[in-house]
Design a protein around this ligand. Sequence first.
Ligand SMILES: [Zn+2]
Ligand SMILES: [Zn+2]
Length: 181
Amino acid sequence: MTDLGNGIGTGGSVFTGGCQCGAIRFRLEGRPKDVSICHCRMCQKAFGGYYAPLVSSRGLDLTWTRGKLRHFASSNHVRRGFCENCGTPMTYEAEDGIAIAAGAFDTPSALPPIIQFGTEAKIGFVDHLHQLPARQTMDDINSAPFLADIRSYQHPDHDTPNWETASWPPTKYDEPAKEND
Ligand SMILES: [Zn+2]
Ligand SMILES: [Zn+2]
């Protein structure tokens, strides 16, 4: 099997992803079927979002290829994994399996949701987001001139050889953080 990291061109059987800083990376083999969004209040809090997008790993082969998640038990039956280095929400873990944050995948567009859960808590305007005025990032260059020379410290959307020694992450920031920052 060729690993293209995006499930494309291989019969759609390998997906990779990770947190924003790249300290956590994972690999999911198999064809994910249960892709959902959950509107429940706990998922809103855990993701800091209007809802949580999740890809179930049930019946698939999930491997954590780099780093180790920290967990918060959000109830007596569920714990949620996150990167302790950058804070990215990564998992919803219950007795019946682990679901991974859909946006953490390297190719989230390849994993469209097929069902909504927790709709009793759905925030009403979520159904109207597509009607909002839309702007691209660089449309705001005048009001946010820093965008002209912005450099991303986000891990790229593919596996990298070694988190500690590769060019990623940056070892030196432009303005070193002062103590007590
Ligand atoms: Zn991270
Ligand atoms: Zn939920």
